[in-house]
Design a protein around this ligand. Sequence first.
Ligand code: 13P
Length: 252
Amino acid sequence: MRNKVIAGNWKMNKVLSEADQFAVSVTGKLPKDDSVEAIVCAPFPFLPSLVEKAKGSNLKVGAQNMHFEDSGAFTGEVSPAMLQDLGVTHVVIGHSERREHFAETDESVNKKVHAAFNHDLIPIVCVGETLEQREANETMSHIESQVRTGLRHLSDEQIGSVIIAYEPIWAIGTGKTASSSDADQVCSLIRSVIKDMTSENVAEQVVIQYGGSVKATNIDELLDQPDIDGALVGGASLDPESFLQLVEAGTK
Ligand code: 13P
């Protein structure tokens, strides 16, 4: 039985005082049972303070990106070693906004996933199709190729602890959500690709999230689907009450 994992992706929002206020508001109110994991993936400047404020609570803190090298002449970049040293536990890798605006590829995603495991960080690997790909019936082949390349040369044990976020690009920030059965169909395909790459046991362990306009009013239906184990949430994760409602949905 897989636990539900609800992760907020704040993207480039808030200032430090607002991030701190969020942590103060939610840490005492998160569900105590471990059937649901709550993660907030925040901009780099907030991470040390969030890690500090989350101590002793059920809130985990993740980053939204990182470089794949440990150190070096990469002006403006943040390394996996830096995140590990801060006490960050998760890192979003290959979000479609990074692929679109910052030239991330399946190859760089794969390097970053390996780097994450080398530093005990759990990667949240994002995959998803554009509207054009969906309309051209290319969703399944595109997602399969993203999963196969993104997870290339990992051990079965590593693949078993990856979190995959299926985020159809046309559903991100648009208010359009994939229907729960369409979303589940793609998540089920992802699981069968992983089974083919590893084994049934490993495929059954992998947490697969849906992302794209998830909010308190549609999360229950999404989480009811057999292959959707959580959500990666942008806009609706910014407000503490809304985030708490989403996490609460994971306990049902
Ligand atoms: P929204 O929930 O704002 O649509 O964003 C989804 C997303 O990109 C999470 O990573």
